[in-house]
Write a protein that binds this ligand. Structure first.
Ligand SMILES: NC(=O)c1ccc[n+]([C@@H]2O[C@H](COP(=O)([O-])OP(=O)(O)OC[C@H]3O[C@@H](n4cnc5c(N)ncnc54)[C@H](O)[C@@H]3O)[C@@H](O)[C@H]2O)c1
Ligand SMILES: O=CCC[C@H](NC(=O)CCC(=O)O)C(=O)O
Length: 489
């Protein structure tokens, strides 16, 4: 536990605002407590980033890259430690948090490649001059992270921002301040110059102070659709600021004709219940044919789901699902299940909270085929809603009947069914016979509708971290061979 939790202009200092706590949701223990950043501290961080901007942007790309590579090698050396911090703060099992640190390490090489391929320099010949396309950083950018991937997702904005020459003020989720603090300590060890990366910790008030600061040039957000929409309104009428929003989804997964039931069920479970359903890409709605083959799939899905191991992040054997982020989130998920049951859904697997002081819930499945007016809501937990369909076109129409559009998938043997589905479904990730979670950092990652604002992240993050500059250049001014009509020299 430390009181010096804010990293501003290269120095750790205590947050002077209200104190807040981080609780290990698997053990119900306070693991971190400190003060939040006040408006004055947020201002100090933004002004430090402003001051550091010109020097950082002026550095050779290779020098900025070297610091990011050093950060990656420090992550490698501290992999076990950081994986354990993420597990303690989120409740995710350590087998999974190790993969999160792995994704953070991989991000540096992927972002280097993306920077060069998407925002590099292009030279085009032209008579008597050269035409260039180059890219420049925006300036000071604010990065907001969610709690479900407290290392990987903010890292997905921070690394490409820094490589492009921006300076950063990072506001992590108030539920995962310790992961943020440990990560920024590694940046400090990697030699990040003072002011280039700043950390302001706190709850919503800190987030509001940062997003309202007049000296930020951009804001890169990963989090809920509600907060993203608030930020979008706040940035309305500000075309001078760049806003990238990565938000939630109400993601559909359709099953059609499949020969291998276990393989299909495995894809469903990986899509719906990994990370206790706390991934933006998780399947929330499952469409199965209302026939014998659909019934067999449901039967097997119920059987496998009832046997999913839910346990402490360090348990041996390791569980598939750890605790949700908090006891409150777990209780809300059970309440969401109960509300659906009250509106006419039937329970196929009953979700239960295992301890009202902890975040453990068992996965739940409800059949909502006969519920009228299903809410178009992201249930951010292990609650899968089943729709039994008669007609493939009707299933696709219902899959598209959402304001979101993040991930979607189909499990079917016939390639023609996949092609038909692909043409009609609206989402930024569309998979065939694979889980709809596990979106790769090496591909664009973003959704349409209420899931994003057309600024995909991951491999395409390079695009929103720099703006293009077109130049026509000649070593000296020369008179053209033929003059425009009406000119005399
Ligand atoms: N599309 C993606 O890439 C992606 C990835 C992971 C998670 N998510 C989504 O994130 C959500 C879960 O994360 P969460 O609950 O931490 O998100 P959240 O929106 O509650 O919080 C995200 C960040 O915004 C800050 N914040 C909250 N209200 C604010 C305000 N009014 N002004 C300024 N800042 C504010 C929070 O303090 C936090 O730092 C889910 O909806 C999930 O689908 C999306
Ligand atoms: O909530 C967001 C989920 C992101 C996640 N992607 C990964 O973990 C892959 C990381 C990588 O390839 O670098 C997912 O889509 O499940």
């Amino acid at each position: 536990m430390t009181a010096e939790n804010q990293f501003i202009n290269g120095r750790w200092q205590a947050g002077a605002g209200d104190s807040f706590k981080s609780i290990d949701p698997a053990r119900n223990e306070v693991i971190w407590e400190a003060g939040s950043a006040t408006e004055a501290q947020v201002n100090e961080a933004v002004m430090a980033a402003r001051e550091a901007f010109v020097g950082w942007a002026d550095m050779a790309f290779e020098d900025r890259l070297a610091i990011c590579q050093k950060f990656a090698s420090l992550l490698e050396q501290n992999k076990e430690h950081l994986a354990m911090v993420i597990a303690r703060e989120t409740g995710k099992p350590v087998w999974e948090t190790r993969t999160e640190v792995g994704a953070m390490i991989g991000k540096v090489a992927i972002s280097e490649k993306a920077y060069k391929e998407r925002t590099g320099t292009v030279e085009n010949p032209m008579p008597g001059a050269k035409a260039f396309i180059r890219h420049k950083p925006h300036g000071v950018v604010a990065v907001y992270g969610p709690y479900n991937f407290p290392g990987h997702l903010p890292n997905g904005h921070i690394v490409p921002s820094l490589l492009a020459g921006n300076t950063v003020v990072f506001k992590p989720s108030e539920l995962t301040p310790m992961v943020a603090e440990e990560t920024v300590k590694l940046w400090e060890k990697a030699g990040i110059p003072a002011g280039v990366l700043n950390l302001v910790q706190g709850e919503v008030a800190t987030g509001k102070a940062l997003s309202a600061h007049p000296q930020i040039d951009g804001l890169y957000f990963t989090g809920s659709s509600n907060t993203g929409h608030l930020l979008h309104k706040q940035f309305g009428g500000r075309p001078d600021k760049i806003l990238a929003l990565e938000m939630g989804g109400n993601n559909p997964l359709i099953v059609k004709d499949v020969s291998d039931i276990d393989a299909a069920v495995h894809n469903i479970v990986q899509s719906a219940f990994i990370t206790s359903g706390q991934r933006c890409t998780c399947a929330r709605r499952l469409f199965v044919p209302n026939n014998e083959s659909g019934r067999k799939i449901i039967e097997r899905l119920v059987e496998v789901t009832e046997n999913i191991l839910v346990d402490d992040y360090e348990a041996d054997p390791q569980p598939f699902m750890g605790a949700m982020i908090s006891a409150k989130a777990a209780a809300q998920m059970v309440d969401a299940q109960n509300a659906l049951l009250q509106s006419g859904a039937t329970s196929l697997v009953r979700m239960k909270q295992l301890d009202d002081k902890k975040g453990f819930v068992t996965p739940g499945i409800v059949d909502v085929t006969n519920v009228d007016d299903m809410p178009d809501e992201e249930h951010f937990g292990p609650l899968l809603k089943v729709y039994r369909y008669g007609d493939f076109d009707a299933a696709i129409a219902e899959a598209n009947n959402t304001r979101y559009g993040l991930s979607a998938g189909i499990l079917c043997d016939a390639e023609s069914d996949y092609r038909y589905f692909f043409k009609r479904i609206r989402a930024g990730i569309v998979n065939w016979n694979k889980p709809i979670t596990g979106a790769s950092s090496a591909a664009p990652f973003g959704g349409i509708g209420a899931s994003g604002n057309h600024r995909a992240s991951a491999y395409y993050a390079a695009d929103y971290c720099a703006y293009p500059v077109a130049s026509v250049e000649a070593e000296r001014s020369t008179l053209p061979e033929s003059l425009a009509p009406g000119l005399k020299f």
